[in-house]
Design a protein around this ligand. Structure first.
Ligand code: NDP
Length: 307
């Protein structure tokens, strides 16, 4: 029987682990499929306070884990396949075995949706990115391409015009899911070129381990052509990792956890932290802050219950 189980080993989960471990609660962290979370998919992180020279994403999360282990946090390989939150202690099935916990911090994150091209996957962190705020800075005076037709794509394209010499927005239709105001803003930006009814067939150049261009494909005319690109930003949505909690925790229409104030969910003793609840900021530092909040709330609840 655990005091605190934390699901997820990204910034949010690791920070919750540091705080609950320092409160002598011996947290158990279930690492999940994407060990280290979204930071493990990035290279240089320049906007996490405290690192004036920047730090590599995987190194930053590994440091957080070491920091939590120093105070007694335990990390478990595997993922949660079933959860029973109907009463406390909560029960979680991890790699075939059930475990019990008094409190639970859900920091299971959200996966960026990708085009799922083999070349795109191989070049993540080498010119392919799912986060303009994180990586835009690296593409000063470079050719940038953004994929998507929703608010994220419009926002990222607008933001990236601060850096790029050009920004091409590629969308598979000529109608948009983006809100009118976001679309109008992007259309009014002279630095953004819209390439519509078009998909990407391949991202070049895996052999050089860096993005140099793409093969585009017009779905209406069938035309295919190559274009030089340095930064390739995929902004086609995110999928929160909440499937095992369906029907138990309150989720919005897209599957994000709904907050019931602070880090609380609809179930007393279950807290949220990071991208699994946050569809807006999605930053390492905001996830870390949310992990801290969840840890403090779990600690306070356990204290009030006399643990
Ligand atoms: P959305 O689901 O709204 O849009 C996803 C876009 O990606 C769609 O245009 C979709 O095209 C396209 N897409 C999906 N899969 C593929 C694929 N395999 N290949 C090519 N294109 C694909 O996601 P967003 O992340 O843009 O937004 C999510 C939510 O967050 C929305 O509610 C949005 O309003 C909100 N948001 C708000 C912001 C703000 O207000 N500042 C900023 C960012 C997001 P298609 O239309 O053809 O399906």
């Amino acid at each position: 029987m655990h005091n605190v189980v934390i699901i997820g080993s990204g910034c949010a989960g690791n920070t919750a682990a540091i705080y609950t471990a320092r409160a002598s609660l011996k947290p158990l962290v279930i690492k999940g499929v994407e060990v280290g979370g979204q930071l493990s998919l990035t290279t240089e992180v320049e906007n996490f306070p405290g690192f004036p020279q920047g730090i590599l994403g995987p190194e930053l999360v590994e440091n957080m884990k070491l920091q939590a282990e120093r105070f007694g946090a335990v990390y478990l390989d595997g993922e949660v396949s079933e959860a029973d939150l109907s009463k406390r202690p909560f029960r979680l099935k991890v790699e075939g075995e059930w475990l019990e916990t008094s409190t639970l911090i859900v920091a299971s994150g959200a996966k960026a949706r990708w085009l799922d091209l083999p070349s795109e996957q191989k070049l993540i962190g080498h010119g392919v990115s799912s986060c303009a705020t994180c990586d835009g800075f690296f593409y000063r005076e470079k050719k940038i391409m953004v994929i998507g037709g929703g608010d994220s794509a419009m926002e990222e394209a607008n933001f990236l015009t601060r850096f790029g010499s050009s920004v091409a927005l590629v969308h598979r239709k000529d109608t948009f899911r983006a809100s009118k105001i976001m679309l109008d803003r992007a259309k009014a930006n002279p630095k953004i070129e819209f390439i519509l009814n078009t998909t990407v067939d391949e991202v070049y150049d895996v052999s050089q381990n860096i993005v140099t261009g793409v093969r585009l494909h017009n779905l209406v005319t069938g035309e295919k052509w190559d274009r030089d690109v340095d930064g390739f930003f995929v902004a086609i949505g995110h999928i929160p990792n909440t499937q095992v909690f369906k029907g138990q925790l309150d989720l919005d229409a897209d599957g994000y956890l709904i907050s019931h104030g602070g880090a609380r969910t609809n179930i007393t003793g279950v807290f949220h932290a990071g991208d699994v609840q946050d569809r807006i900021y999605r930053q390492a530092i905001t996830a870390a802050g949310a992990g801290c909040m969840a840890a403090i709330e779990a600690e306070k609840l356990l204290e009030a219950e006399g643990h």
